[in-house]
Design a protein around this ligand. Structure first.
Ligand code: ZN
Length: 410
């Protein structure tokens, strides 16, 4: 393929991605103006429902604004060959092929973070604050940024360093060596996320004795799940939105309930939410999702290995000679249609898993408190009760509330 063709394909893909997102967003925004579905009647009063619609409209408008901004910058960067210029500049002081890509991505990371920071500040401290969700202080925001930076430098830098080394030392077979490294990393991260990474940002405490613990204890005995793996997390440090999740594999498995969830829900509701999370474990969802994503990574690395050394791709990015980092950037864009399709498949599987976990909770505990808990959570988050089916198909990892309630009541 010629440089000119690749250049055109890059611009077409970026534009297509942007247009698709805007269309989905537009459909979803229109759809959110519908009245409350019959199944969910009583979840909001008039005033609160209007508030939820105002919140979604505001989030959607802001999303359009920030996406448009990023789109324009990316188009300008590709069109004017800014990435190639950055590469040329780095070459003036760093002749080493192992170091240049690290400097390149380091600079891009800092620049994109500086561009994104005002958006993230506005989103948290203006929009989320206006609707009473934001609980984050400026200090937490800054500390999160610093910790995020350190983690990115250590983990991102290390993985990128290994990739560069393999690409240079091994040749086009590098992909399966790196696949082995990334697989080991993903497994490690899965095992230790809640014991190593999460505690850097949040405090996890074992559940205190009391009614909730005894309710969950008797459920645990029934389904044979170790109680010592349940933790309460201080989600209230950042947002008033409550949540719960399952993480880890094998002995490192954990169910984490946000303090904000515990605060607002009854004991049967919390036990039902907990039962849902245990359902994910019992149905082996975490294991399959992990295997699925490792498989995808192999596929992606294989595709990348086909263009890692291409001079044409680097030229299309504005470079003068073949550069791994320019090709990696271009690959990120060229791969995005495939990644959109794989993302949709992933979401279809994820939504199926959610129904299964709900069914597990219904079978082993009870449907009514789960329905009530889900409704309460949805109302509390001011969520969209009538998302557009196309938007759900592409973006929702969980089925819309209406469908979950319908399945649980069936
Ligand atoms: Zn779930």
């Amino acid at each position: 393929m010629t440089e000119q063709t690749i250049f055109t394909i890059l611009l077409v893909i970026i534009t297509f991605d942007f247009a698709l997102e805007r269309i989905l967003n537009y459909l979803n925004r229109k759809s959110s103006k519908k009245p409350i579905p019959n199944e969910l009647e009583g979840i909001y009063d008039e005033v609160r429902y209007a508030k939820s619609q105002a919140y979604q409209a505001e989030v959607s408008r802001f999303g359009t604004f920030s996406a448009t901004f990023s789109f324009v910058i990316l188009i300008l960067a590709i069109y004017n060959g800014w990435f190639g210029m950055l590469d040329q500049w780095i070459r003036t002081f760093s002749p080493l092929s192992l170091v240049s890509p690290l400097i390149f991505f380091g600079i891009l990371f800092i620049v994109s973070d500086l561009i994104n920071a005002p958006f993230s500040i506005y989103r948290n401290f203006v929009i989320e604050a206006k609707y009473g969700f934001n609980k984050m202080t400026a200090k937490t925001f800054i500390l999160d940024k610093i910790k995020g930076y350190i983690l990115t430098i250590i983990i991102g830098g290390l993985l990128l360093g290994v990739l560069i080394y393999f690409v240079n030392a091994i040749g086009s077979d590098f992909w399966y060596y790196f696949w082995a490294v990334i697989t080991a990393f993903v497994l490690f991260a899965n095992f230790f996320y809640t014991s190593l990474i999460l505690p850097l940002f949040n405090k996890l405490t074992p559940m205190e004795d009391g009614e909730l613990k005894s309710s969950i204890q008797s459920y645990c005995d029934k389904v044979n799940f170790p109680l010592k793996n349940i933790f309460i997390m201080d989600g209230s440090k950042r947002s008033s939105k409550g949540n719960a999740f399952f993480s880890g594999l094998g002995k490192k498995k954990k169910v984490v309930l946000f303090d904000t969830l515990v605060e607002k829900h009854s004991i049967p509701e919390l036990t039902a939410v907990f039962a849902h999370e245990v359902g994910h474990y019992k149905k082996k969802h975490i294991l399959f999702t992990t295997i699925f994503s490792i498989g995808l990574m192999g596929f992606m690395l294989f595709l990348f290995s086909r263009m890692a050394y291409s001079a044409e791709v680097s030229w299309a990015m504005g470079g003068q000679t073949s550069a791994l980092h320019l090709n990696l950037m271009a690959f990120g864009i060229l791969y995005s249609p495939i990644s959109t399709i794989l993302g949709i498949i992933g979401n279809v599987i994820s939504r199926k898993n959610e129904y299964e976990a709900d069914a597990f909770a219904k079978e082993t505990y009870d449907a009514t408190p789960l329905i009530n808990g889900l409704k309460k959570m949805s109302a509390d988050h001011l969520s969209n009760l009538t998302p557009h089916p196309a938007f759900v198909f592409v973006h929702y990892s969980h089925p819309p509330l209406k469908e979950r309630v319908r399945a649980l009541e069936a």
